[in-house]
Design a protein around this ligand. Structure first.
Ligand code: FAS
Ligand code: PHB
Length: 391
């Protein structure tokens, strides 16, 4: 097989990239190890930032976001006896939408199917070859068990944390930065109406808690738990009791509505950045190049920003032979990646218990400052609602 761009991974980065390339007249093939059903049902991110929705709208892919998503003007920051609203719309004129990654995956899957996009689901043994030549290739075993090779002008690794693309950049040619947090998130999905109109991020002596949602009848909530926590140790009752304690602000007049938990899992927290995001004719985008703790709601949105930058670079390179944007891609993308990495680290370390009483005082001081200073709140708002693409 032959194509212009071989994309490894049919997550948001891979599918959106194939759509953007098709808009620019560049053909691609997407290679995915999981089934389409699996990819579209993975419970992951829940927030689309302003720039992401603007991009989807420009592509005609935003209809369901506006019909079924929920626009939010801000978030609540909370600590015992205090709950403060940070008004993104009022501070920076930008907002976010609650719209599950599962829904975005479905929208992208329908768009690519309608566009006749070749996507090979259920592959295995993926390997990248000759990326420093002008005819790189990807070999794999297809879902029928046949050995395949696809030759391309460019290969893009959109294969997340555990795909083959990262390792296809030789160690001597790459730098990596990693920070592992000493805690994880226990996430639950529950069939119960949210107890809040907008997200609550709560600092609490027992540990961080967050109240998000997926719709008017489905809540999404998170609890800080120690790294390595076994989900079997957390009964539904124990989860709801801890959530009610940590999300209750103690002023009275607010209660958490519990309900049937339909999914629960433990998500480790880490930051990871790799540079450069290009090696010869191999490019990396999305989680393949970086991982952020989910406290800043950046993971999915950063993947979108990467491909929004990479697509025009590949269109210029392959359509007009102009490699300027392709040369600049890694450096430009890494500016935003480090901005989002810092913001995600800042939100995480401001809100999660480290066990150090000195940290706790610094955290409360930061929270009081953000809640009382327009300058500080504006800083949080412009990062959370999302900097313009190409920042
Ligand atoms: P993805 O991981 O979505 O997609 C990579 C794709 O590559 C996958 O479909 C994978 O099957 C495929 N692949 C891997 N190896 C392959 C191979 N060898 N051959 C072929 N295909 C291969 N972000 C938030 O903002 N908020 C959250 O609450 C949040 N929760 C998360 C929970 C979990 C459990 C995880 C893992 C991530 C979460 N994230 C969250 C981050 C997440 O949303 C990512 O940022 C987002 O999926 C990134 O998109 P992609 O870069 O496309 O990577
Ligand atoms: C979610 O709804 O899954 C969500 C929202 C905000 C975050 C992380 C996850 O920061």
């Amino acid at each position: 097989m032959r194509t212009q761009v071989a994309i490894i991974g049919a997550g948001p980065a891979g599918l959106l990239l194939s759509h953007l390339l098709a808009e620019g007249g560049i053909e691609s093939v997407v290679l995915e190890t999981r089934t389409r059903e699996y990819v579209e049902s993975r419970i992951r991110a829940g927030i689309l930032e302003h720039s992401t929705v603007e991009l989807l709208d420009s592509l005609g892919l935003g209809k369901r976001v506006h019909a079924e998503g929920d626009p939010h003007n801000g978030i609540y920051l909370q600590w015992p006896q205090e709950r403060h609203h940070i008004d993104f719309a009022g501070l920076v004129g930008r907002r976010v939408w609650v719209y599950g990654q599962t829904e975005l995956q479905r929208d992208l899957g329908v768009a690519r199917e309608t566009g006749g996009q070749p996507i090979h689901y259920g592959i295995s043994d993926t390997a990248v070859h000759e990326v420093v030549t002008e005819h790189p290739s990807v070999t794999f075993t297809d879902s029928a068990g046949r050995a395949q090779r696809i030759t391309a002008d460019v290969v893009v690794g959109c294969d997340g944390s555990f795909g083959p693309s990262r390792a296809a950049v030789p160690e001597h040619a790459r730098s990596t930065w990693e920070h592992t947090y000493p805690y994880s998130w226990l996430g639950v999905l529950a069939d119960v109406a949210p107890s809040t109109d907008e997200l609550i991020y709560a600092w609490h002596p027992d540990g961080f808690a967050m109240h998000s949602m997926r719709s008017a009848s489905v809540s999404r909530l998170y609890l800080q738990v120690p790294a390595g926590t076994d989900i079997a140790d957390w009964s539904d009752d124990r989860i709801w009791t801890a959530l009610a304690t940590r999300l209750g602000h103690g002023q009275g007049g607010w209660t958490l509505n519990p309900g049937p938990i339909t999914e629960k899992s433990v998500l480790p927290m880490r930051s990871f950045v790799m540079a450069p995001l290009r090696h010869g004719r191999l490019f990396l985008a999305g989680d393949a190049g970086h991982i952020v703790p989910p406290t800043g709601a950046k993971g999915l949105n950063l993947a979108v920003a990467d491909v929004a930058l990479l697509a025009p670079a590949l269109i210029a390179l392959l359509g007009e032979g102009d490699d300027r944007l392709a040369e600049e891609y890694s450096e430009t993308a890494l500016r935003r990646i480090w901005r989002c990495t810092h913001f995600s680290w800042w939100m995480t370390t401001m809100l999660h218990q480290s066990g150090d009483p000195f940290d706790a005082q610094l955290q409360l001081s930061q929270l009081r400052w953000v809640a009382s200073s327009t300058a500080a709140a504006t800083g949080l708002a412009e990062n959370y609602a999302g900097l313009p693409i190409g920042f």
